[in-house]
Design a protein around this ligand. Structure first.
Ligand code: GTP
Ligand code: MG
Ligand code: ZN
Length: 286
């Protein structure tokens, strides 16, 4: 029997069959999964057990794509979520964009909580204007603000990702009309408290939405540092004019990319990532 993995907790996997039946599965022959971890979004082969709602996870069917952080598979769009509060970590967002693009997954940038403050949206739009990532200003509290985002994710499998407290679960509640647990942000630290603990797949109407726990650290990069620049559409058409070929657009003299984008924003974070990943690679291959 084929089913879709919708949640995993403590070695058990909850799956939903085509008919909408739910089963809790344990992997058969644990060894099989040493190289492949069952991931929310996976299509799996399963066998029902003797008691009605339990069974065995037999094998993971081939995936369309896979992300490690957050751990999700077979998705079309990563909805990178930022908000008026907590303070935005755009380096995290840029890393997520890289990993999504490396896995051939599209991205949208969701700017939430515009009911509190919409002033930050313009600067985000400016920074990401040439990045190829569309920006959606929304509020989980204002239903009308969600209509463009709703259209963009219609018929697609969309994974919400970003820091804890930005409102991923609140947005998913507003988008689906169902209630998912949300948690207040501490006034002292301005951080969320990691309310969502497990990745969960939610099917509603024509939407397939994945809620994920917030995180703030992302070290792994699936893109080699030498190829990093290829993932920045805003560098297109400039690279050819750099004096050095190839050019990493860091400190090389007469770099056309730096001349055009230097100063801050996505370019400054690109340089930061380039150096960080070079350092990591140096450690890895030593
Ligand atoms: N004013 C306002 N508050 C919001 C909005 N969206 C979410 N919140 C609040 O922000 C807090 C955090 O929301 P969550 O949905 O739990 O955030 P999350 O991104 O799912 O956080 P984690 O599950 O920890 O990763 C809650 O108190 C929400 O009620 C919004 O658009 N406007
Ligand atoms: Mg949440
Ligand atoms: Zn250059």
């Amino acid at each position: 029997m084929v089913a879709k993995l919708i949640k995993g907790t403590g070695g058990f996997y909850i799956v939903k069959t085509e008919d909408g039946e739910l089963f809790t599965l344990r992997p058969r022959g644990k060894l099989r999964f040493l190289t492949q971890t069952p991931t929310v979004g996976d299509m799996v082969n399963m066998t029902p057990g003797a008691e009605g709602t339990h069974g065995w996870l037999e094998e993971i069917l081939p995936r369309r794509n896979l992300m490690i952080r957050p751990p999700v598979s077979n998705i079309d769009i990563v909805a990178l979520t930022v908000a008026a509060v907590p303070a935005r970590d755009l380096l995290l967002i840029d890393k997520l964009i890289l990993n999504a693009r490396a896995a051939d997954i599209g991205c949208v940038l969701v700017c939430n909580k515009i009911d509190i403050d919409c002033g930050y949206v313009d600067s985000v739009k400016k920074e990401y204007g040439e990045s190829g990532v569309p920006v959606f200003p929304v509020s989980a509290l204002i239903q009308e603000s969600l209509s463009d985002l709703k259209k963009a994710i219609q018929g697609k499998a969309t994974c919400f990702a970003g820091q804890s407290g930005v409102g991923k679960s609140a947005l998913i509640s507003a988008l689906t009309g169902r209630t998912f647990e949300t948690g207040a942000i501490s006034e002292r630290t301005e951080r969320g408290r990691h309310t969502t603990r497990h990745v969960e797949l939610i099917a509603q109407d024509d939407m397939l939405i994945l809620d994920t726990p917030g995180f703030s650290l992302l070290d792994a990069c699936e893109v080699p540092s030498a190829e990093l620049a290829d993932y920045y559409p805003e560098f297109d058409g400039l690279t050819e004019n750099c004096r050095f070929q190839p050019c990493m657009h860091d400190t090389e003299p007469d770099c056309a990319v730096r001349a055009r984008h230097g100063g801050g924003g996505r370019y400054a974070r690109y340089v930061q990532l380039l150096r960080e990943y070079k350092e990591l690679e140096r450690g890895r291959y030593k």
